[in-house]
Design a protein around this ligand. Sequence first.
Ligand SMILES: [Zn+2]
Length: 70
Amino acid sequence: MRKQKCIICGKPLNDGIMIYGRGICKKCEERIINAERETDFYEYYIYCIKKRIAHYMIRGVDYRCQNYPL
Ligand SMILES: [Zn+2]
């Protein structure tokens, strides 16, 4: 299996949380937990999540369409 990368900082993922199959490293997770909603980092985090997960979900739909006989 290929090693996951953190979607926030892009570093190889050794620990942390997974959201829709996408990883967030422990360090970024802690920054998110401690971040205030108005900070730049929080907004950047939301932007990353939306961008990465939306992309992943669209690809997931394509994958299913190719494999489901209609
Ligand atoms: Zn990270």
